[in-house]
Every structure is written in C-alpha cells, then in structure tokens.
Design a protein around this ligand. Structure first.
Ligand code: PA5
Length: 450
C-alpha cells in the first residue's frame, strides 16, 4: 500500500510554525461540502475517472492477442493528457519490469525530436498510436499527417495495420477517418477529461503493448479510490493532502514542488504538473467571478537537484510546499565497494547500498527543509509496480478535484489552453478563424512585427 507521511505538514516540536492539526477540524464543513459536490458530479457522470477501475479491458486483451507479433515498438502521437501518463508509466516500469516492447511518445512539434524518434525506431516493426480526445489538436494532427504519409508510402499494401487511433467515440475528424479507412480504434470516454484519462484506453493500450499488467494498475486505483471514500479527513490521503495544500496555498505557499527520489518516477512529476496546473490554475470561480487562483507545480529530482535547487528551497522565499516520492525497494541495487578503507573521506560509504544512500539523502533533505520551516510530506512506494502506480494516479486525481472544490473553481475545464489553441488555428490559416486572425494582425502591426 502507498503510504502518506504527513508529519512535516502539521505543527510539531520540530516544526512549530506548521499548520496545527486542530485547524483541520475548522474545515470539516468545507470538506463535507466538497465531498458532496464530488458525489453529485459522479451522479451526473462528469467524474468518470472514479469508475475506471471497473471498466472492461477485454478489448485491449483482444487487441494484444491479435496484434502481429512483428511489432516490438509503439510510437504514441499525442500531447498533454493524451501523452504524459503514457510516458510516466513507461519510464516508471521499463527498467523495473524489463518490459519486452518499447514505447516512444512524440508530444511536441519539434522537428529534431521527431527526427530523433524516427532514427531510433525500425519502421517495419513499429505501430503508431494517435491519441487525441478532441481529434483536432494541431500538434497531434501535424504528427499524424507526417507519419501517415510516411507509412502509406512505405507500406502501401498494409499501412492500415500500422496505425491505431484513440479518440472520441463519435465526434471529431479522426472518427470519420477511422470509419472510412477502417483503422483499429480506441475510445476516450466523454466523461473523463484529458488529464484524468491515463487509466482509459489513452494510457492502457500503450501500457498493455509494452507488457505492463494493466489489471494490476486498475486494482491499485480501485484500492486507493475505496480508501478515499471516507470523510474522515485523516483517513483519506487524497482529501487530507488536498486540504493541507489548500491551507498552505492560502498562507502564501504558491509553489508545490514534487521531488521523486527515483529517476523512474520523474515523469510522474511531469504528469502531476499538468494535472495540478491545468485543473487548479483558474481565473474564474464557479460563479464566474475573477479570482485568479492556482498553485504552481514544480518538479525536482532527488538527489540530482540537491545540487541545484535545494539551496533555494531551504533558504529562499518560504513560498513552497514539498512532496517527496520515495521508493523502499529497488529492483536493481548496487553495493558500494570499500575501495579505500583507510580514507575517512569515502570509507563511510563502503559496503552500503546505493538505495540506502539515496533514501538517507532524501531523509536528510526532509530534515533540512523541516528545520528551515518548509512544509513537506512523503509518499512511499514499497516498490515501483503497476499496483502502486495505480494507487498514486487515483490519489492525485481525487486530490486535484477535491482541492478544486475547496477553491470553488471548476477543475475539469481549461479555458486558458483553448485560447492558445484558437490563436494557433488563426495563425496557421485555419478556416473559420478570420476574426481572430484580424485581431492578431492588428496586434502585430501595433508592435511593428511581420
Ligand atoms: O487535459 C486536457 O484536456 C488537455 O491537456 C488535453 O489532454 C490536451 O490539450 C490534448 O487534447 P486532445 O486529447 O484533445 O488532443
């Protein structure tokens, strides 16, 4: 079971200026109200991620059973919620599980990045997975057209089996293409938003392809969801962490740093950044009043960033709350040999495991930050596997929605991102965006830009 250590978030002898535990009970009615809103959202079916552990995965098992065994690599084309979870799961498990098949995620429109992926794969044994809920995102569509053109030219007789598409079940341009061309397709459910969709076909298909046990992922998610049904705040890790983040945010902790002490979990800090930033960074509250809220999520890597960021974290502005991710048991470990037993500079390391040093350094950072009165908590993975990752995903999705309710904002929309998408359409000459294009032209004229 994923363990949540939160003693350095609450006031203690060591950390007298932290939030007193009594403060939590002042928010009982706010938490109950947030909980009720979540229940009613679930009833009107807009929080579909809660029910994903019970979904059928037969169609994915079937896809894998029928898949041509020549495919040993998948390239996902997607961005944001249609890419970050895939990447995070793969980088967490590829070394832990020695996954038999490879995954690349092309989640940008950088030509060098595309070139790098194309030069690392064998086209003959690669299947492409275009993932876009809306079916219109410019970045993903550009990648789809480039790749489709390449594979059509190279494999004119069987290009169809080399591309699968994951999109809305009815809407969007890609669904029409699926119908006319007959590609294998998967669905992004209506009731699950992009950044909450890693446990849908969006994340499950690529995970099953690489060799992960997606059933275990869902079992972990179910266990965490069940653990987070209670309104007893101290027994509900998602609500507790959400409430405490909310209270610290109200006290000026505008930055939330997630710092895994594990390279394998680093991409999960990226997944968290999107979830927290896009869900909670909002101009309007639910009554449409300007409130401009949101805590800035930052990722850091232990121990690497101890030599880059921790100076700032310990002595700079006290405007951050920290979450460490700790791994107790690593699949591979090394003992540091005692090469210089007579030299005290290094002999203390001799005979100790690398993982022991890593976790000692994490604890040392926790102590240093607590002594500097910087609130911090720790999520402990007994080991990195599908079950614990499923727990982690569900905990953070629930925590994000709950915190959104405490902030009185809608955690499920992203109007700020939509504005950027529209400006891109206008700049790139998409039909129907003449008004926006004219606005951009006059802006450019004013600045003397061409
Ligand atoms: O969370 C979200 O909704 C967004 O981040 C989307 O995932 C992202 O914009 C990609 O959208 P789409 O899947 O429609 O291409």
């Amino acid at each position: 079971m994923l363990r949540f250590e939160y003693h350095n978030l609450l006031a203690s002898k060591m950390f007298p200026s932290a939030i007193p535990v009594d403060k939590l009970s002042e928010y009982t009615s706010a938490c109950d109200a947030a909980h009720k809103e979540i229940l009613s959202d679930r009833q009107v079916d807009i929080l579909g991620f809660y029910n994903l552990p019970e979904q059928s995965i037969e169609h994915i098992v079937d896809f894998m059973a029928k898949l041509d065994p020549m495919f040993d690599t998948m390239v996902v084309l997607g961005i944001g919620g249609s890419a970050l979870g895939n990447k995070a799961l793969y980088s967490a498990l590829r070394t832990e599980q020695e996954l038999p098949r490879k995954l690349f995620v092309y989640d940008n429109v950088d030509p060098i990045f595309l070139h790098e992926i194309l030069s690392s794969i064998n086209m003959d044994s690669t299947i492409f997975n275009v993932i876009t809920k809306s079916g219109t995102t410019a970045e993903t569509m550009a990648g789809y057209m480039i790749l489709m053109d390449i594979i059509k030219q190279r494999f004119p007789s069987d290009y169809r089996k080399r591309m699968i598409i994951t999109t809305d079940k009815e809407k969007g341009f890609l669904r029409q293409i699926i119908k006319t061309e007959g590609y294998t397709s998967f669905i992004v459910p209506d009731n699950v938003g992009g950044r909450f969709s890693v446990l849908t076909d969006v994340g499950l298909v690529s995970s099953a392809f690489t060799g992960m046990d997606i059933g275990e992922l869902l079992r972990g998610a179910a266990a965490m969801r069940d653990r987070c049904q209670t309104t007893d705040i101290l027994a509900n890790p998602a609500y507790l962490n959400g409430l405490i983040h909310f209270l610290y945010y109200r006290q000026g902790k505008n930055i939330s740093v997630m710092m895994p002490y594990s390279n394998s979990l680093y991409d999960f800090a990226d997944w968290y950044r999107q979830l927290w930033a896009e869900s909670l960074g909002k101009r309007k509250d639910i009554k449409n009043r300007d409130i401009y809220v949101g805590q800035t999520p930052v990722k850091a890597l232990g121990t690497t960033d101890q030599h880059s960021q921790v100076q700032l974290y310990a002595e700079g502005p006290n405007d951050k709350i920290f979450t460490f991710l700790t791994v107790e048991n690593f699949k591979h470990d090394y003992v540091i040999p005692n090469l210089h037993p007579d030299r005290e500079e290094v002999s203390y390391l001799g005979g100790r495991k690398l993982s022991e040093l890593l976790n000692a350094e994490r604890f040392a950072t926790e102590i240093a930050l607590s002594q500097a009165m910087r609130p911090n908590c720790n999520l402990i993975f007994p080991q990195i596997d599908e079950y614990h990752l499923g727990e982690f995903i569900m905990m953070y999705e629930i925590m994000t929605v709950f915190t959104g309710k405490l902030l009185h904002i809608n955690p499920l929309d992203q109007p700020g991102v939509e504005a950027g998408k529209i400006a891109t359409y206008a700049l790139m000459g998409k039909a129907g965006f003449d008004k926006e294009r004219a606005g951009i032209d006059s802006y450019k004229k004013e600045l003397g830009l061409h």
